[in-house]
Design a protein around this ligand. Sequence first.
Ligand code: FBP
Ligand code: MG
Ligand code: MG
Length: 357
Amino acid sequence: MITDRTTLARFLIEERRRHPGSSGELNALILDVALACKAISGRIASGALSDILGKAGAENVQGEQQQKLDLLANDIVLRATEWGGQVAGMVSEELAEPYVLPAAFPRGKYLLAFDPLDGSSNIDVNVSVGSIFSILRAPTPGADPSAADFLQPGVQQVAAGYAIYGPSTLLVLSVGRGVHGFTLDPELGEFFWTHPDITVPTSTSEFAVNSSNRRFWERPVGRYIDECLAGVAGPRRKDFNMRWVASLVAEAHRILTRGGVFLYPRDTKTPDMRGRLRLLYEANPIAFLVEQAGGLATTGRMPVLDVQPTDLHQRVGFIFGCREEVERIVRYHHEPGDADDASYPLYGLRGLYRAAT
Ligand SMILES: O=P(O)(O)OC[C@H]1O[C@](O)(COP(=O)(O)O)[C@@H](O)[C@@H]1O
Ligand SMILES: [Mg+2]
Ligand SMILES: [Mg+2]
């Protein structure tokens, strides 16, 4: 059914009118990414019917088992975006090195970093997954980029977004003027602007954390979660609810929709990795969206968007969501005695019933 709603393409044309003289290349790239997301959505929806579930039998650069759909989604994004002349190069979770465009294709002025399939361990159990993307300016437009060209702090992102493949498929996008959601009409194959000006509520009583890692957390994170768990009897004087989908896109979408706070903090489980989530194509784009929606994103010690990347696949402690909760967690990281890096088992419940500030 044709509706009176604005399509993604129409939305982008209107946005472009605000920048007279712009070339339209960013719009073209976003539409190519959206096309890839439609294709991935279709493959996911067919599930076991098209033999796309299960492991691919290989590992990615991070030593993780690749699922068949990780590779398929990676290929779909590369094919949809490599030919149009907007990107100069790409970085993907599934590729150790930056992707070099085939010689025949023109090099554009943007760099694309993406996680083709986020939460892929959820695929076989039919739980929501997604794709995440980040768009940066290429330091040398028209030429193959070096790996160092991708190492830009998240604050320099031109646009970022994700697609969530859930009960419905949505594309959530920011080009630096708020956050907007578009729902895929599967019959028409079009994204329609259904969620204008998404904003994160300032306060919440819902947190998301993988508490099986509790013994590896640093003191400020342990203190924060303990205080939430203590509920009305504790220093927060209210009960909290908890969610953990193990799919960053699904957690981010929930928090953008109804609020909450997400923590996958730096921990001592794998000290050399400095966290679980990848900076360039997971934390940075989600942080960009969250901050555009009025929330906050931090490593605990500094804003995620200010982190200077040193490695394409580097990981980072990632905490984001409602402003009041994130500010509190940052404060805990800076309080004397809570700011050190001692491993969590030494902590006990020391801070549990300290007065709330
Ligand atoms: O299994 P854990 O430790 O709870 O980790 C879950 C996290 O891992 C991720 O699935 C990583 O994403 P990938 O599936 O792209 O590797 C996040 O989406 C999620 O927040
Ligand atoms: Mg991921
Ligand atoms: Mg992935």
